[in-house]
Design a protein around this ligand. Structure first.
Ligand SMILES: [Cu+2]
Length: 412
């Protein structure tokens, strides 16, 4: 996966497991004996009580690092490369450190994170840190909180990791292309005290970043971008030119009034004529978990009596309804924060921009489907089965006398 990733190697060593992970499914913590707790009750009472002041950031967001505080430094480079979704379907995408999704960043609550973003692509980018209570200037919104980072430019993000929980990061420039076509990754902030781990002891956890892609749209836009790259490069030579542009090329305006005036004077806005010349609606045809569609998704491994934690991230543009066969599970965190009380369910809605942590308890040995119940999204280019689907697989299913056909079906 991203074992050759440039970032985080030092941090991984120093922090003993924290830092940048593989970014893909299966953050296994090795083989451990299953937990001895009875599976129908949490090990200890749930202590995430309601606190009306609970959304106040623990640290002042506009703080600067002080002497003795830990700063984790990461290098993140944006390039254009190719990514294979399923055999035979390889598409050009933007990539964070040559990986889709980008590498998983994992740090402790309260530590500082410095990310040196280097843009080695012919487009503009930023990184938005989704769910993080940071200083406004670090929020990564192009023309909202910062100038977008142009080709060959760099930008340094610095923020303190808060609040704890499951979050993600993504480019905020033209997200329908940049975020969907690659620039998204998971961001895990480990809490000082984890009520989830206390109540449901676990050794293995998995991150599932859910997303989808319209490969026809991406192909058209990427082709157009490459032809525009010469102009982009010319603009990059002058920051003043970028600031002074009248918006006819990029659609940037100093105010609403200037936009209104430009349209009156004959400017055709992109919602009437996209950069490609045709403003076409986006129709996703591939639906992915960590960048892969079924049957190439990674299974979740479990053993009878074991708890596993699954971090679901709505990293795309569509809601999904993630359903587990043969089990209920516990919804324990939403958007990073522990719920006031865990909720028992078998299907969970994961909307774009949200994260949900669930605990699956190994109570029913077998080989179980785990997939979105939005049927369009269980296809590959319209063919079922495919898309946003994986399996919960018991390593010890056979010890319990369970048998099932070991077949990969891509049409049924
Ligand atoms: Cu971008």
């Amino acid at each position: 996966m991203n074992t050759d990733s440039k970032i985080g190697r030092r941090q991984l060593l120093r922090l003993g497991g924290l830092g940048i992970g593989t970014g893909l499914l299966g953050r296994a913590f090795g083989q451990h004996p299953p937990s001895q707790q009875p599976l129908d009750t949490p090990a200890v009472p749930w202590k995430a009580n309601f606190d009306p002041k609970g959304t106040t950031p623990a640290y002042p967001p506009r703080d600067k690092p002080k002497k003795g505080e830990t700063i984790h430094e990461f290098e993140i480079e944006v390039t254009i490369g190719t990514h294979e979704i399923v055999p035979g379907v390889e598409t050009h995408m933007f990539l964070f450190n040559n990986s889709y999704p980008g590498p998983e960043i994992r740090v402790n609550e309260g530590d500082w994170v410095q990310v040196n973003l280097k843009n080695s692509s012919p487009e503009f980018h930023t990184i938005h840190w989704h769910g993080i209570a940071l200083a406004n200037e670090m929020d990564g919104v192009p023309l909202g909180t910062q100038w977008p980072v142009g080709p060959k430019q760099e930008f340094r993000y610095l923020w303190r990791a808060q609040p704890a929980g499951t979050h993600f990061y993504h480019c905020h420039v033209m997200t329908t292309l940049h975020q969907q076509a690659g620039l998204v990754g998971s961001l895990i902030i480990e809490p000082k005290e984890d009520v989830v781990r206390k109540a449901f002891p676990y050794h293995r956890e998995y991150t599932m970043l859910l997303s989808e892609l319209d490969t026809n749209f991406v192909r058209d836009m990427m082709n157009e971008m490459v032809t525009m790259s010469v102009q982009m490069e010319a603009m990059n030579h002058s920051a003043n030119l970028m600031r002074e542009m009248n918006g006819r090329m990029m659609g940037w305006f100093a105010s609403k009034e200037t936009l209104v005036k430009a349209v009156k004077n004959g400017y055709v806005p992109p919602y009437l004529s996209a950069r490609t010349g045709t403003a076409m609606p986006i129709t996703p045809n591939y639906f992915m978990i960590n960048g892969k569609s079924y049957p190439m998704t990674e299974p979740l491994m479990i053993r009878h009596g074991e708890n596993i934690r699954v971090r679901l991230i709505g990293g795309g543009m569509m809601p999904h309804f993630i359903h587990l066969h043969g089990h209920d599970f516990w919804h324990v965190c939403q958007d990073g924060a522990p719920l006031a009380s865990p909720v028992r369910m078998n299907t969970i809605a994961v909307s774009p921009g949200t994260t949900s942590d669930i605990i699956i308890q190994g109570t029913n040995p077998g080989n179980w489907h785990f997939h979105t119940h939005s049927d369009l999204a269980t296809t590959n280019n319209g063919q079922h089965p495919g898309g946003m689907m994986t399996m919960l697989m018991y390593e010890d299913a056979k010890e319990y006398g369970v048998t099932f056909p070991e077949i990969i079906a891509i049409s049924s």
